[in-house]
Ligand binder design. Structure first.
Ligand code: FAD
Length: 362
């Protein structure tokens, strides 16, 4: 059995931000807190992203607190750039990340502590900062006939890049940024590419400033405060109209079809009798919070979500969720990490509540 004051689960942007602030507050890495991460390497979800998602194509990736990401080649895959940056960050701040450690369940031990059962033993902690993101829980909608499909079905989480679709007839499902990015990459090499979305996509023209950003985050925040499952920030902001999208629209690539009603062995079918032949279906249908390991804590509300006050779970003040709902962006994750640490350090029994000691700065 291992003992710490604060257990952080997940070493993506949110978990590393929290770890950084715990160290800044004077908690001793490895003794007072650890970060457990199931991934094989540094980089959080970024390490799994497809090779054509280059660093230059990200929208406003925010650096982790205290260390800028400078001089990165915009043509390099973001998986490599950010993986290397996170590795440097963990080293520079001597953050105690243990991997691969899969946290399977967190429960109350009945003595006021939280007990995490993992693939590498058990940790007992006074507080938990959960930063497990969404990548590990891709969402596949259920559509009749899906299991009869003879072609290739995959999700964004397994998207290998466009080359694998050369000469194929592809249906891309989903109305978010990932779907549009896949479509723009696949359409030029595929024999046919069909875009299907549940609702007509909303393209956002013009700039997206701080005011609009705040309004979008506030909408997601409200759902989480009401104990409803969070929606992604993009689902409330709409799709940003870029130069590439404008060109694609002019070329007719963004002609969207409504959601089909059935999957057949060799394509997709609408009830009115229309069929599109396909040998590949790419489900760009998003992700859900990877929080099944928290189920024994009983944090869920009847609405299906975990009600949060800031980052704190309303049903258990020892538990904070960062990178969840309104903080599921790189800037949101940074801020949530800091906010969670401020509150966790004020809990009774913490080693150095509120005290700040000098820490190593790279
Ligand atoms: C395709 C795509 C592109 C994006 N582009 C941008 C962008 O351009 N700009 C931007 O600001 N945001 C972007 N985002 C959003 C952004 O990536 C995330 O919101 C942000 O990185 C949040 O990181 P995180 O720390 O919450 O999660 P993650 O990076 O997913 O990290 C979670 C970590 O927890 C680990 N983990 C999960 N479950 C367990 C468990 N049970 N036990 C142990 N470890 C576990 C995982 O292995 C992972 O390492 C994008 C998202 C996607 C999907």
């Amino acid at each position: 059995m291992n003992h710490v004051a604060v257990l952080v689960i997940g070493a993506g942007q949110a978990g590393l931000s929290a770890a950084h602030h715990l160290a800044r507050r004077g908690l001793r890495p490895g003794a007072d807190f650890v970060v457990l991460d199931r991934a094989p390497r540094p980089g959080g979800a970024w390490q799994h992203r497809w090779p054509t998602l280059t660093y230059g194509r990200l929208h406003g990736m925010h650096a982790l607190p205290g260390m800028e990401l400078t001089g990165a080649d915009p043509e390099r895959p973001s998986a490599e750039v950010i993986g290397a940056y996170f590795a440097d960050y963990e080293r520079a701040f001597r953050l105690p990340v243990l991997r691969p450690v899969d946290v399977r369940a967190v429960r109350d031990d009945g003595d006021g502590f939280l007990l995490a059962t993992t693939s590498a033993g058990t940790w007992r902690a006074r507080a938990l900062i959960n930063a497990t993101g969404t990548w590990d829980r891709p969402f596949w909608p259920r559509v009749p006939g899906q299991e009869t499909f003879r072609g290739w079905q995959l999700h964004t989480a397994g998207y290998p890049g466009p080359d694998a679709f050369a000469g194929r007839s592809v249906v891309v499902v989903g109305g978010g940024t990932s779907a549009v990015q896949h479509l723009l990459e696949i359409a030029p090499v595929a024999a046919a590419a069909t875009w299907v979305t549940r609702r007509p996509p909303v393209f956002r023209e013009g700039g997206f400033g701080e005011v609009e950003g705040r309004a979008a985050v506030a909408m997601v925040e409200e759902r989480v405060r009401d104990g409803l499952p969070p929606r992604s920030v993009v689902s409330v902001t709409g799709l940003p109209m870029t130069e590439a999208l404008r060109r694609a629209r002019e070329e007719g690539l963004l002609r969207r079809q409504p959601m089909f009603d059935r999957v057949a062995p060799d394509g997709v079918v609408w009830d009115e009798g229309r069929t599109v032949a396909a040998d590949s279906i790419l489900w760009a249908t998003g992700f859900r919070p990877a929080i099944t390991h928290l189920a024994p804590l009983g944090l869920r509300e009847p609405g299906g979500g975990i009600r949060l006050e800031g980052t704190r779970a309303a049903r258990d003040p020892r538990v904070h969720l960062v990178g969840y709902g309104p903080s599921a962006s790189t800037i949101g994750a940074n801020r949530a990490g800091r906010a969670a640490v401020r509150e966790v350090c004020a809990l009774p029994g913490m080693p150095v509540p509120g005290e700040r000691r000098p820490v190593f700065t790279p």
